[in-house]
Design a binder for this molecule. Structure first.
Ligand code: UFG
Length: 337
């Protein structure tokens, strides 16, 4: 049961790596280190007692991937590697299509060549675009409105086409909502380079004193308190979802897209209040204008994941807050400290 994990040193990939090793899977990681660090490999080893085989490089590097596929006989692939900054994707569309779409095409081509026909892919709730209804179900219209979202939707379309053309293939695109939290050890977590784009790492960096205050992007949405509402889920629940998806691939054929979320929406101010309450740390904030391209509110209908492969998010909002802070307070400068 050898699994190729692309992007296995990133935030979500590394938490999956720990879950997979602890579930007695053998994993091989390919990661470019563009948005991650070799220290993550040390953290995975210190938590699990196993240091996964690691190759540095990009999935669209055919020479590297040929070397990897020649050296290992894989049962399946979990594909996390990709760029994920929405704003950057709008400025550098070709970079995103090259890396996320062309990279995925190379990966699937290699899998086909080497007879590996089970794939789990990191997709995103952003593929749905402006909600026609919430919670989003998987049958919601696909209408991304940024390049990042298109790159995820295009990869899903490639997967679906391949599964239709190759009846022995099975593939799942997991549409993530908003992952937060960290491994309970406090030694594995989210470590964005520079100023974070996302809410949770921004909150923890304010709490640790690296940033002065949180800007809350808009308080005049039609939501519980006027601030944006999202479906935050614990990264360990998300990681475990990939193991369950892999079991589905073992027993089924064809393509599925599946939401992974809790099914609950929380506002920005509710997140700040929970963080302060659980951790006893203040997070100064001020209200700023709305952020371009932000949606007011969305959350998941997560019933398909439950029905297909018996997954549901088990960890609470308090767990998310505690574990995010445990990680940041133990490692104030992320993997540098
Ligand atoms: N927010 C703030 N201040 C900040 C950062 C965020 O108020 O400094 C607010 C946003 O306006 C939004 C909420 O917090 O209401 C969540 O914002 P995030 O940036 O954390 O998450 P998004 O839902 O905007 O985006 C995330 C991922 C995307 C993905 C999208 C949909 O970052 O990659 O979910 O799945 F596309």
């Amino acid at each position: 049961m050898k699994i190729l994990v692309t992007g296995g040193l990133g935030y979500i990939g590394s938490h999956f790596a720990v879950c997979a090793i602890q579930a007695s899977k053998e994993i091989v990681i390919v990661d470019s280190l563009e948005n991650s660090s070799l220290k993550v490999l040390d953290a995975i080893e210190s938590i699990t007692g196993t240091r996964p085989v690691f190759y540095q490089g990009k999935v669209q590097d055919r020479e590297l991937m040929t070397q990897v596929f020649n050296a290992h006989s894989f049962d399946s692939v979990v594909h996390f590697a990709g760029y994920k900054a929405v704003g950057e994707s709008t400025k550098e569309p070709l970079m995103y299509y090259q890396n996320n779409v062309a990279g995925s095409a190379v990966l699937m081509d290699m899998m086909k060549e080497y007879g590996v026909n089970k794939l789990v892919f990191s997709s995103s709730a952003t593929v749905y675009g402006v909600p026609e209804f919430v919670p989003y179900t998987e049958s919601h219209r696909i209408a991304p409105f940024n390049v990042y979202g298109h790159s995820k939707a295009m990869t899903e379309v490639m997967m679906q086409g391949l599964c239709e053309a190759q009846p022995d293939w099975s593939a799942i695109a997991l549409r993530y909502f908003n992952p937060v939290g960290a491994h309970e050890s406090g030694d594995l977590g989210e470590d964005p380079k520079g100023i974070p784009n996302n809410l949770m790492p921004f909150i923890t960096k304010v709490a640790v004193g690296e940033l002065a205050e949180l800007g809350v992007f808009g308080d005049d949405y039609d939501t519980v308190d006027g601030t944006g509402v999202r479906d935050y889920l614990h990264v360990m629940d998300l990681a475990e979802g990939h193991l369950k998806a892999l079991s589905w691939l073992d027993a089924n054929k064809g393509f599925k897209a599946v939401n992974l979320g809790t099914g609950n929406g929380m506002s920005v101010l509710q997140m700040v209040e929970s963080f302060e309450r659980v951790n006893g740390v203040k997070v100064p904030y001020s209200i700023k204008p709305r952020r371009d391209g932000d949606l007011p509110a969305f959350w998941a209908d997560a019933s398909l994941a439950k029905e297909l492969f018996d997954w549901q998010a088990n960890r609470t909002l308090d767990d998310m807050m505690r574990d995010s802070w445990h990680w940041q307070s133990r490692h104030p400068r992320g993997y540098q400290s």
